[in-house]
Design a protein around this ligand. Structure first.
Ligand SMILES: [Zn+2]
Ligand SMILES: [Zn+2]
Length: 560
């Protein structure tokens, strides 16, 4: 008798958070990964550019990896691939699977990192099945805020899984591709053991509004604008980019893209036929100067207020080519990702300050719709697929929790819904489902070009520097006798107002404390490490006592 086949599901990211979606599917000794995304850090992670999943579990069993399948080309699903590869030892090329647009966007990323040779790409299409080791995958068309998005049927000897990817049921999409209701219903008839589903908008009642409304709003707003129009959205929101270019063209305006990532995505989408815009509707930024303002639309990134983005630079007045002019209209065709509200608000303020009229979702809700399913759509999904078990993915913990309640309303017993944390393992088979030992998992911080070198110690230092500043203290001692030859001298940054009377007094007293601390050690050979520690401790407690602040204290002791 053969042992009963069991398929194990483990979220490596994307649960208890919004971002870095990545799910591990294991069967016996073989594994498959669905998506490998990035997350953009909250402001508490000073100087950290990106957060990606910890793939050490994969690195330890690389020979068992049959492939990585991608559902769509958004950053929170593909952006982590270069860092996944960097976490692995040199290896044979890894098979990756995705629809043509998804692979096109992935290639741009891998090329930037010089990693194109580390993968072999296989294009997948709706309805075509591919075999990856013990898994058979079949993509099903879903509608989302990027073209060419799919959900994945994963057939295994233990049963059928369906991973939704990101989706909504927009009945009137502008690009004509709806979520394949019929195929989902057939899948439900076939019998789905476990549904792994996006639930990030479960808090939202009803149905998500149609993209058609955004088209109408954009046309109306661009039509009414007295001068130039600048539209900002996600660089990967290909459908929205196309709508802006088309609306502008219809109204007799030319569009220009400002910003490399958006240009790059547009080029890929165009080459692959996902960006059918009228001839001559797009022009180079430099050629715009010859056109009157009312004939111009600019498209740029920066809808999240990212400080280095094109729009933030324009808002601060330090973009070399684009300056805000009177009569400019700026449209935020995006909503802030949770955590970015503050920086988006700063950008909007700065744009108003420079004289632009700014239209954003709070004052005109029509300028953006979400790409994700609201409550009624999630119910509709459950009605179609009728899974035995449910694993909510792609959401903060409260969203996973709310999806379980919603599923219970739809007749799925609560004990058949598994709420997970990163690294949890749920095993499914004919005999039932149960939790197993969690696997090694977590987050890896990417800082500029280094990966995983930003530790908690580094972060703590950055937090402290940002909050309380730094004090340098330098002392020169006689190498033989330990006698104080010069100093202590103080230099501080970000601590107290420089050269105020208060600061002078404080440092004068600090000088005495340091001298006292060093005195006890005179007339014997000084141990520099010991003295550095002693000076630091003395100043730490003195400064805290006087100011209730804890600047970073950096003593420098020189022996001559
Ligand atoms: Zn997405
Ligand atoms: Zn997503």
């Amino acid at each position: 008798m053969t042992r009963e086949a069991r398929v194990r599901i483990s979220p490596l990211g994307g649960v208890g958070e919004v971002g870095k979606n990545s799910t591990l599917v294991e069967l016996a000794e073989e594994m498959l990964i669905v998506d490998a995304g990035v997350k953009f850090p909250e402001t508490e992670l000073h100087g950290v550019d990106l957060v990606v999943c910890d793939y050490s579990y994969i690195a330890d069993r690389l020979d068992s990896l049959v492939g990585i399948v991608f559902t769509h080309g958004h950053e929170d699903h593909i952006g982590g691939l270069p860092y996944l590869i960097m976490q692995l030892d040199p290896h044979d090329p890894i098979p990756i699977y995705g629809t043509p647009l998804t692979l096109g966007l992935i290639s741009v990323k891998l090329k930037e990192h010089g990693l194109l040779g580390r993968v072999i790409q296989y294009a997948i299409r709706d309805g075509q099945r591919s075999r990856l080791g013990p898994f058979e995958i079949e993509p099903i068309a879903v509608n989302h805020s990027i073209p060419d998005a799919v959900g994945l049927v994963i057939r295994t000897p233990a049963g059928v899984l369906f991973h939704t990817g990101d989706f909504k049921f927009d009945p009137t999409p502008v690009e004509g591709r709806t979520t394949d209701n019929e195929r989902l219903r057939q899948l439900g008839d076939e019998g789905v053991l476990a549904l792994l589903s996006d639930c990030v908008r479960v808090e939202q009642p009803g149905w998500t509004a149609s993209e058609l409304g955004v088209r109408e709003a954009l046309e109306q707003l661009i039509g009414l604008a007295p001068g130039r129009v600048l539209v900002t959205t996600f660089a990967s929101n290909i459908g929205r980019l196309r709508e802006v270019v088309r609306s502008a063209h219809k109204l007799g305006r030319k569009t220009s893209i400002v910003g490399r990532s958006m240009e790059e995505n547009l080029r890929v989408a165009r080459d692959l036929g996902f960006m059918n815009v009228p001839e001559g509707s797009l022009v180079d930024l430099r050629d715009l100067n010859d056109l009157p303002p009312e004939k111009v639309v600019l498209l740029s990134t920066g809808s999240q207020g990212e400080p280095t983005s094109v729009l933030s630079r324009i808002a601060r007045g330090d973009h070399p080519l684009v300056k805000i002019q009177p009569n400019d209209t700026v449209i935020f065709s995006a909503s802030p990702v949770p955590g970015n509200e503050e920086s988006v608000a700063r950008s909007i303020d700065n744009l108003f300050r420079r004289g632009a009229r700014v239209i954003y979702q709070m004052i005109d809700p029509r300028v953006h719709v979400s790409g994700h399913a609201s409550r009624e759509e999630l119910k509709h999904l459950l009605d179609l697929v009728r899974p035995k078990y449910l694993v909510p993915l792609h959401g903060e913990h409260r969203m996973l929790w709310l999806f379980r309640e919603l599923a219970a309303e739809c007749g799925i017993p609560r004990e058949n819904v598994f709420l997970t944390e990163i690294g949890d393992v749920v095993a499914f088979g004919e005999a039932g489902a149960q939790r197993e030992e969690p696997i090694s998992s977590g987050s890896v911080l990417v800082d500029g070009l280094t990966i995983g070198e930003v530790t908690n110690v580094v972060l703590r230092d950055r937090r402290r520097l940002a909050a309380d500043g730094v004090v340098f203290v330098s002392v020169t001692l006689d190498r033989e006798t330990g006698e104080l030859l010069s100093g202590p001298d103080f230099v501080s940054r970000g601590f107290l107002q420089l050269s105020s009377e208060e600061t002078d007094g404080l440092f004068e007293e600090a000088r005495e404390r340091v001298c006292e601390a060093l005195e006890g050690d005179e007339r014997r050979q000084p141990d520099v490490n010991y003295l550095v520690g002693k000076v630091r401790d003395t100043l730490n407690s003195f400064v805290y006592e006087r100011t209730r602040r804890r600047p970073m204290i950096l003593p420098r002791i020189t022996e001559v």
